[in-house]
Design a binder for this molecule. Structure first.
Ligand SMILES: Nc1ncnc2c1ncn2[C@@H]1O[C@H](COP(=O)(O)OP(=O)(O)OP(=O)(O)O)[C@@H](O)[C@H]1O
Ligand SMILES: [Mg+2]
Length: 493
């Protein structure tokens, strides 16, 4: 079953309206019923009081005329009224002296009534009228004072001659009350149902339908149609939402147009660069062999020239320049037309060691120490050994040129986890300027007068071809660290 949070807005509104409606109806019904009962009790008390007063006066009149036997007739006549159940006169001792039910005359009254009598007689300060409310009845007790009119039959010493008890029956009124209670409950339930119905209709019209339409439009936008507009009919919250939606779609449309424009510009640029790159690569390829030929020829002429001959120096200088041209062409070709990758299970330690060997002559007169922390257990990895060697050599050549006279290059080969190999390459050279850090992997970015700016972009290509990554951290004046991560395969995998 769905939790309350997952309920639709519509069902939540139904639940809340229902709960609030039921609670309100119940409270109203209880208040209404109480009010009705109080009215019935009050009317019954009034009836009891009027009857009591009437009987009391008739009693005193009968006593005055010396006709005490008339008292029973007065009681019987008054009790013949349909709403009076019983009238009795009870002595202070609880004995029934007169009663509309003549058969109980002379017997003792009920224990509960005797207790009430004791209370009435003992408490002089209390009112001489007392009411009880047993089921469907109002019981009215009145003290009958010992007046002069009574002295003919009663001793003048007594203060009270007895108690007049009048029972007023309100069963008929109670039946009427029940009927009206039922009506009240029915009216309450019908009103709450109508209220719920009206609220739901309003909710459906004002909230649910516009939201469903908005949802549909959002789906259309999600599917890529940005030409949709939501009609703003009213300026309430839903209207505001529709306006915001339209504004959002407009912005999306504009952004989309901009992206499309930029994309086509980029594509044009890329095509342009690609054709220039192809041209450059073609040129480099064409120049590679003639330059190699020139280099060979010059080396032979140089060997045959007498060391004391002043031309020897010129030959050496030409040879140096040709070597530089050769390197530029080599780098350009390696970047523009890289050789196909050839993966095999190799020992990564060997790639690094070979690169260190190749880098040695480049140190020239600089005092640079290489520290290499090998990978343990001769772990094998599926790599292109030549490319990894080229990558390491490029990093080493950069470090060598970043170290002025004396320095250190630390290389650590580690297994980060079962799936990844990590190379931490660190030098204490002059470091890279903060502004340059984001550009060093861009092709042709260089700060060197004789650099091509292709070394690190080749490194990035090689790591990407291995599905690995290369990152740099550097502090000017302190040194540079490259972090390379490559996926690894165990021997036998
Ligand atoms: N270890 C390093 N220390 C200081 N600067 C570095 C280091 N490595 C790279 N750089 C900076 O990054 C730039 C780009 O390096 P990259 O290897 O791509 O080109 P290059 O060395 O200038 O030329 P190329 O390698 O093609 O001969 C360098 O010119 C240099 O400014
Ligand atoms: Mg370089």
């Amino acid at each position: 079953m769905k939790s309350l949070k997952q309920w639709s807005l519509r069902n939540k509104v139904i639940l809340h309206v229902l709960v609030i409606g039921i609670i309100t109806t119940l409270v109203l019904i209880v208040l209404y019923l109480r009010g009705q009962r109080n009215i019935i009790h009050s009317v019954s008390r009034q009836k009891a009081e009027v009857a009591g007063l009437m009987i009391e006066n008739s009693l005193f009149q009968a006593m005055k005329e010396g006709k005490p036997e008339e008292v029973q007739d007065i009681i019987s006549q008054t009790a013949s009224s349909s709403y009076i159940k019983k009238i009795r006169i009870i002595s202070a001792e609880g004995k029934i002296l007169r009663s509309s039910h003549e058969n109980e005359i002379g017997s003792s009254s009920e224990a509960s009534i005797q207790n009430k009598l004791k209370e009435l007689f003992s408490n002089g300060t209390r009112s001489n009228i007392y009411f009880l409310k047993p089921k469907s009845t109002i019981q009215n007790f009145r003290l009958i004072e010992n007046r002069q009119e009574c002295y003919a039959c009663h001793s003048p010493q007594a203060k009270i001659n007895g108690i007049l008890e009048i029972n007023v029956d309100y069963t008929a009124a109670a039946i009427l009350l029940k009927k009206s209670q039922l009506k009240g409950i029915l009216i309450g339930l019908v009103s709450i149902s109508i209220l719920i119905f009206i609220i739901l209709r309003l909710f459906e019209k004002l909230v649910n339908r516009p939201i469903s339409r908005l949802k549909g439009n959002m789906k259309t936008v999600q599917e890529g149609d940005l030409n949709i507009q939501f009609p703003v009919v009213k300026h309430d919250e839903i209207g505001n939402l529709a306006e915001s939606f339209n504004a959002m779609v407009k912005k999306l449309r504009e952004a989309n147009q901009k992206i499309e424009h930029l994309h086509s510009q980029q594509m044009e640029k890329a095509e342009h660069l690609a054709s220039i790159g192809e041209l450059a690569a073609g040129l480099a390829h064409e120049m590679k062999n003639p330059i190699a030929g020139m280099k060979g020829a010059l080396e032979i002429i140089g060997q045959k020239t007498d060391p004391a001959d002043p031309k020897k120096e010129i030959f050496n200088e030409i040879l140096l320049q040709i070597e530089k041209m050769h390197k530029v062409i080599q780098d350009l070709l390696s970047y523009a037309k890289p050789k196909e990758m050839s993966f095999s299970l190799v020992n990564p330690n060997e790639c690094v060691e070979n690169a260190i060997k190749l880098a040695q002559p480049q140190k020239k007169s600089k005092d640079i120490i290489f520290h290499f922390q090998k990978l343990a257990n001769n772990t094998l990895a599926r790599l292109d050994a030549d490319k990894i060697q080229e990558l390491m050599l490029n990093l080493m050549l950069n470090s060598i040129s970043a170290i002025d006279n004396k320095g250190q290059i630390d290389i650590k080969l580690l297994k980060r986890n079962e799936k990844e190999l990590e190379i931490i390459f660190e030098d204490n050279g002059k470091g890279i300027k903060k502004d340059h850090l984001s550009q060093i992997f861009n092709p042709f970015f260089t700060t060197k007068s004789r650099g091509t700016g292709l070394g690190l972009s080749i490194c990035k290509k090689i790591t990407a071809a291995h599905q690995g990554s290369i990152q740099v951290k550097s502090k000017e004046g302190k040194g540079t660290t490259f972090l390379i991560r490559l996926p690894v395969l165990q021997q036998g995998d």
